[in-house]
Design a protein around this ligand. Structure first.
Ligand SMILES: NC(=O)c1ccc[n+]([C@@H]2O[C@H](COP(=O)([O-])OP(=O)(O)OC[C@H]3O[C@@H](n4cnc5c(N)ncnc54)[C@H](OP(=O)(O)O)[C@@H]3O)[C@@H](O)[C@H]2O)c1
Length: 342
């Protein structure tokens, strides 16, 4: 038996209906913490990541790039915490490790599957956001998928979110000629311009995306970093210059069953303007991670990059945080603090 015998976790009671999850689809339950086997660690989770991609994993439909959650079992996802019991000399008690067993307060993990982080380089929460998978998604998607180069004019949607807020700032730091974004609500748009250095932003909920984009990027764009799909993707196809590039990162607007579906015929713009539209999954780009961590931690240290988090406190608010990231309750990275002492 480990030093703790049970831990609180968020368990999926049943797969969600097409219309979306409801609070009653989840429960907080005590689950057993098994004794760590040789090569394993017991971790007290400090923070866990809350990601839009979890929404699809709640449904019964099979996914092509990941696994669905299983009714009766705890959810999972990125988390960072402190080792409280170790069977491995190289990762002692007290080390900070990132791993995949979030949505519970304690986790037993294979040492081979964790990444050890130095809290002196950045606080624990930042290893899940700006220096974690969402910051890395922005970096790989912008530099490799969209083939960003200095002087490009860039548009990013969901620009106030974890990925989007980094795409805009990275593009600016790397010499974009203009960076514009879209977000839900005037307040978020103001933060983009006043605090994150975007040149302009529009509220996609206030009117047609095509009009908003035309207003903030009257001379058009070279790169569109697409976090949302739907109406904003169509607007970007129209605004892109000849030989423009689109990084297809996510399509969060598709989760809304009330959203209209768009005519694939609009893709004729890609033919006429010789556009490149390329989808990507961040885990295919691990070779870029050392360069990403060095560069981005340097920007953070120099105060050239602003990292914003929205933090919900306690595992009992974790499901609320999941609903929140889907509806735009977050500015920057959505996290849940699982250990009040952190
Ligand atoms: N390809 C990959 O490997 C990869 C990896 C990580 C993430 N992603 C994708 O990247 C995107 C951003 O992820 P994230 O973790 O950074 O989340 P996020 O942007 O921090 O949070 C999601 C945001 O989406 C916006 N949103 C919700 N419904 C929307 C709608 N119908 N239309 C437009 N915007 C909507 C909300 O902001 P507003 O208030 O602005 O509406 C919300 O804050 C997601 O699509 C995600 O699936 C892809």
């Amino acid at each position: 038996m480990a030093s703790v015998s049970t831990t609180r976790s968020v368990v999926l009671k049943r797969q969600t209906a097409q219309s979306g999850p409801v609070l009653d689809d989840f429960a907080i339950e005590e689950i057993a913490v098994p004794a760590p086997q040789p090569g394993q660690l017991v971790v007290r989770n400090a923070y866990m990541s809350v990601d839009p991609s979890m929404r699809g994993r709640l449904e019964p439909t099979e996914k092509v790039y990941t696994t669905n959650f299983v009714p009766g079992q705890p959810l999972d996802g990125s988390a960072i915490g402190i080792v409280v019991e170790s069977t491995v000399d190289s990762i002692p008690v007290g080390a900070a490790v990132r791993h995949r067993l979030g949505w519970r307060e304690h986790a037993v993990v294979d040492a081979a599957a964790v990444t050890v982080h130095d809290p002196a380089v950045a606080p624990l929460n930042q290893w899940l956001g700006v220096l974690g998978q969402t910051g890395f998604t922005a970096y790989a998607g912008l530099l490799r998928t969209a083939e960003f180069k200095a002087d490009d004019a860039v548009f990013v949607s969901a620009a106030a979110g974890a990925v989007g807020s980094m795409v805009g700032q990275f593009a600016k730091l790397l010499g974009a000629s203009r960076v514009v974004g879209s977000a839900g609500g005037e307040a978020k748009c103001r933060v983009l311009v006043d605090e994150l250095g975007f040149d302009d932003a529009f509220d996609y909920r206030a009117g047609p995306a095509a009009e908003g984009l035309k207003r903030v990027a009257p001379d058009g764009i070279d790169v569109y970093f697409d976090n949302v799909g739907g109406e904003q993707l169509i607007a970007a196809l129209d605004a892109l210059h000849v030989n423009g590039r689109v990084a297809l990162c996510g399509m969060i607007s598709n989760f809304d069953p009330d959203n209209p579906r768009y005519d694939i015929g609009k893709l004729i713009a890609a033919v006429l303007k010789r556009l490149t539209l390329r989808g990507f999954i961040v885990r295919d780009h691990e070779d870029m991670r050392p360069d990403f961590e060095t560069r981005v931690s340097g920007w953070l240290r120099d105060g050239r990059l602003v990292s914003k988090d929205t933090i919900y406190d306690g595992i009992e608010h974790a499901v609320e945080a999941l609903f929140g990231v889907m509806s735009g309750a977050n500015m920057g990275k959505m996290l849940v603090r699982l250990d009040a002492g952190q």
